[in-house]
Design a protein around this ligand. Sequence first.
Ligand code: X2X
Length: 355
Amino acid sequence: LGAKVDWDAKTKTVTITASTIPPKITFKPKAEYTMQVNVGPAFDWGKGAQKWADLVRERTNGLINIKPYFGSALLQGKQTNWFQAVSEGSIDFVMDSTINASGVVQSLNLFSLPFFINTYENVDKIENGTAGKMIIEQMEKMGVVHLAWGENGFRELTNSKRPIRTPNDMKGLKFRVVGSPIFIDIFKALGADAVSMNWGDAVTAFQQGAVDGQENPYGVLIPVQIWQYHKYLTNWNYVIDPLILGVSKQTWDKFPTYIQKAIKDSALEAAEWEKAMVRRGLDGFTSINILKNKFGETPQLLDMVGYVRSKGMQIIDLTPEERQAFINATQSVYDKWISIIGKDIYNAALKDIGK
Ligand code: X2X
């Protein structure tokens, strides 16, 4: 291009002078770029966010300083507001749950269709397939650039009252769910009471016994020590909760290409690590081997299910027949939500997973 790059170390300013269009770009980074994260720094998800920020700092020689704000601190705990804040540019970066954005980006409810995406293989096929691409395009049109898929995980059911093997076992129990409407519909279809709460309030509600149960992945259940409140855990893999590593389009468009590349590469690497962490021991040896061979790490805790059991929880695994009863009970959710998600995206997802 015949571009000339000048670097002023004092003001941390890069000036690119090109003989072609654009003729001149001056880039001066902000002192701090903010990042939204719903959970705390002790969660694998939180560690993934910190890793992303650290990699970016390293790969840009300290030029880009991203600070994760844990516990939705920038949103006063209102986790379902992140998409709007990032799209408006009042928050720069995000590593957060698709569920927390699905009230705004309707197609993200695809991941919350009950008992639809039931294996890690299918998660990856959809994220990297046509459906994933359509969702990513939709988000970008709405002002959020998607850089990588992380993972909260398959959400499992816990409660303090009794083992749950059938929808009937859920009758009369009150469950905390995230404030995303599809969850109210799912729990109603299963005959249970559902109440929406932000995560910060939810932990207080568990402590006070204000709800009988909740649903979250192992990567959340362990740091929150759910066994202190709930004795029963049903492994039902009813929905997957991917994380979006993304950036406000307003912030993104101001970065020169080489900065964009450093940020994107870092996002992909942090996401791969974080995904392997939350899947470890739940997908055979696949994720344990990724951590060992690619990242040179062997986490102390490799058997998350065994660990939770060792804390006194009763773990319930469903037979295929028991699982089918849950699928049958939630058909009304499909009838209502496929059109909200978009029939084209749902059909693309079916194709992606060969259903
Ligand atoms: O609020 C939850 O349950 C959590 C932590 O899993 C999410 O952010 C979706």
